[in-house]
Design a protein around this ligand. Sequence first.
Ligand code: AHR
Length: 308
Amino acid sequence: DSYERQLDRATRPVDRTIRVGYAQVGTESGWRLANNQSIRDAAREFGIDLTAIDADNDQQAQLEAVREFIRQRMDVIVISPIVDSGWDEVLMEARDAGIPVLLSDRKISVAEDDLFMTFIGADFIEEGRRAMRWTAANVPADKHPVRILEIQGTVGATPTIERKRGFEMLLAEHPDYSIVYSAGGDFTREGGRLVVGQYLREHAWDIDVIYSHNDDMALGAVDALEAAGIQPGRDVKIISVDGTKEAVKALEEGRLNCVVECSPLLGPQLMKAVTDLMSGKELPLRIITDERVFTAQTPREELRGRKY
Ligand code: AHR
């Protein structure tokens, strides 16, 4: 069957509750916990019957979850893909079963572009660019070249790939700034602690900026620096991505210097897309979330009003 015909079947008006299977990444970060909550709340508001499976950061478990949803003949399958590759086969199985797949939060690379309906999430490249833009504007290279330590997220995940790419795009325009060390921290606090701990064991401290691909790892870096008697935010500037309450508090305390927002509150947009799809509306291929940057200059009331 053509994709269009299957889409027709999937979008026939339903006179019963829509059943959605959600294959989630895991519980690696504060962002993810807020994302889970937002999805559960929105499903309840939209009257959608949601079954969520937590893959605990294991792609095999996530592939198995999708196959289970196909067996259960869900109306819609939503995936927040742990990594970018390895999806073609299972998505073809979903397409053959006539079940539309939506991507939430993270993207994938596939050979055919009619394997998923839409992607709802942030512009990770722009987040990386925002991080480097702040660095160039706030950490001067007038006395000596600026040395950056990068803490990457999960290997192969789109936020890791694209936050790095966006940062490096602007880095290329600033010859006095360079990434001198880069290692993965798997988006967890413990991961950030380990990366900085390892660097401290192997080198005399000579870093001007830490660029962390998420808040949890940045807070882990703060733990490791403080344990070594280095003052985060003052002795080294720290930039992270997400904007969780804990990171924003650290920003107010001066222990982080810049937080690029990546909103986990995707639930309402996602459930609206599901209901639109099931009532026959055509979805845009890309639904981008609205985001901003927080710094020490951001008014306190705005920082305090954070929902996650
Ligand atoms: O995919 C979004 C990223 O995944 C968030 O930035 C990070 O905190 C989470 O683990």
